[in-house]
Write a protein that binds this ligand. Structure first.
Ligand code: HEM
Ligand SMILES: *[C@@H]1O[C@H](CO)[C@@H](O)[C@H](O)[C@H]1NC(C)=O
Ligand SMILES: *[C@@H]1O[C@H](CO)[C@@H](O)[C@H](O)[C@H]1NC(C)=O
Length: 431
């Protein structure tokens, strides 16, 4: 059975050939399925409302945009058994109890908290959460950091794990965690793609500020410089379709769009150094910054995006194209072949059997179509043979995201030659 996401996009294709059912160790609980079903209904409802009323640019409203940092949402540093990982957004949510302070939570809670606190669109948040639940968790639950010590995620009825051992986001290299990130170093450069790298943070902070502080006029050239640096220093640098065009793009866009402080004076948000430092868990001054694990914090008196002007899949797709227009040399996938400065591109034409090429990639929504379609084309065989609640849960969510992705109007990707990526020693489990 295929689970279509519309416009030829299939988020995850299940059951072309089945695992022997005896290999399936468990299923997600009825409660988890009920939660996911309710979330799917909420996403559909919102998509419907957007179709009927369009996107509305809201006036600033201090009351509804102010985010609570006291009481149950006070900042508390993680304890020794709490998990934190490569995403400063999720680390912040955990440090303030918007998701479990343990760092392990359901894809539903991670989705709704990202939406409520940061104004990330429910569609985009659900997509990222479900994707991480599948790639690094047990579909219903995921660790935002490393592998939980107990080995038990909440969504499962069996301690053995539905899809094998869930590793968490910290160990998701090339599936989610990717090279050339804003503040995290490349895995094969330092061995640590999870902690903030102070040199990279210094480099970002030293960039000349734009009209809205550390806005996209800063993020684009910073991203270009980070990409060039990875090519020049990481022999196993790898930029796959999903990591390069979706994940890497998102990390730079989120830094401005979701961390910025909104106000009447700055209706698109202004990101200053203090706010950036707070969300990234950095203390001190330029030249002597310090970073400690677990310090990501919502600054007091911070205001999120206007309610109803969420940063969702459609806004992200438009921005992603804008970013590549500013950085045309990044409209490539491929990697280094073992030594620095050996970047070799893979022909998009060859990879996709001609459905996309270097030119058409820039047309319409093709860039994001390509990134998302890769997931289904190269998607995890582990999902084949899913049964019961787990299959139903994936079905509900993909049905809800279907009309949203259909608005991207993607051409059908009929061929995807993932073998071409095997030429890169750093490609690992890349899609
Ligand atoms: C909704 C579920 C989310 C998931 C599953 C997720 C996951 C991740 C992962 C795996 C990374 C590492 C990628 C890399 O290697 O660079 C990352 C990076 C990042 N995420 Fe998230 N994230 C989510 C939501 C958010 C939210 C709500 C924000 C809010 C601002 C955010 C902001 C960021 C930023 C800024 C980075 C780049 C970190 C860097 O400087 O390198 N994310 N995220
Ligand atoms: C990155 O390298 C390309 C050449 O490959 C160059 O055109 C571009 O200006 C460089 N970007 C930055 C920010 O240094
Ligand atoms: C956000 O902007 C408002 C209005 O300028 C200001 O009062 C508030 O202190 C700012 N918050 C942060 C965290 O910078």
């Amino acid at each position: 059975m295929k689970v279509p996401l519309g416009c030829g996009v299939v988020l995850f294709s299940a059951a072309s050939f089945a695992f022997p059912t005896s290999l399936l160790k468990g299923d997600i609980s009825d409660d988890a399925l009920a939660e996911i079903t309710a979330l799917a209904a909420k996403i559909s409802h919102e998509a419907e409302a957007k179709r009927n009323f369009g996107r509305v640019k809201r006036a600033f409203d201090a009351g509804s945009q102010s985010v609570k940092t006291t009481g149950e949402h006070a900042y508390i540093a993680p304890g020794p058994n709490d998990l934190r990982g490569p995403c400063p957004g999720l680390n912040t949510l955990a440090n303030h109890g918007y998701i479990s302070r343990t760092g392990v939570d359901s894809v539903v809670t991670i989705t709704t908290a990202s939406n409520e606190v940061f104004g990330m669109g429910l569609d985009l948040a659900a997509f990222l959460s479900v994707y991480s639940g599948v790639m690094a968790g047990d579909i219903a639950t995921v660790s935002i950091g490393g592998k939980p010590k107990s080995g038990l995620l909440g969504g499962l009825t069996s301690s053995l794990g539905l899809l094998g051992e869930a590793q968490g986001l910290s160990a998701s290299h090339n599936r989610f965690e990717a090279d050339a990130s804003p503040t995290r170093a490349d895995l094969y450069k330092t061995g640590n793609p999870v902690s903030l790298d102070l040199a990279q943070f210094e480099q970002l902070v030293a960039m000349p500020k734009g009209p809205n502080g550390y806005d996209l006029t800063v993020m684009h050239p910073f991203r270009g410089a980070r990409f060039n640096n990875s090519v020049a220093t990481n022999g196993r640098f790898f930029a796959g379709p999903f990591t390069q065009f979706a994940v890497n793009t998102a990390t730079y866009l989120f830094t401005y769009h979701l961390f910025a402080n909104f106000s009447a004076e700055h209706p698109d948000g202004y990101l200053d150094l203090e706010t950036l430092k707070s969300f990234e868990g950095v203390k001190g001054e330029p030249g002597s910054f310090q970073w400690e694990h677990g310090c990501e914090r919502i600054p007091d008196n911070w205001h999120r995006r206007p309610i109803g002007d969420d940063y969702g899949l459609v806004s992200f797709t438009i921005d992603a194209l804008g970013a590549l227009k500013a950085l045309p040399y990044m409209a490539v996938i491929g990697g280094n072949t073992g030594e620095p400065n050996t970047f070799t591109g893979v022909s998009v034409t060859d990879l996709t059997g001609g459905v996309f090429n270097a030119e058409t990639l820039f047309q319409g929504n093709n860039l994001m179509c390509f990134a998302f379609q890769t997931i289904s084309a190269a998607g995890p065989d582990i999902l084949r043979g899913l049964l019961g609640n787990a299959l139903a849960a994936i079905g509900k969510l993909t049905d809800a995201l279907n009309p949203v992705l259909a608005t991207l109007d993607c051409p059908q990707l009929v061929k995807y030659d993932a073998a071409l990526l095997k030429a890169f020693p750093g490609a690992g489990s890349g899609l």
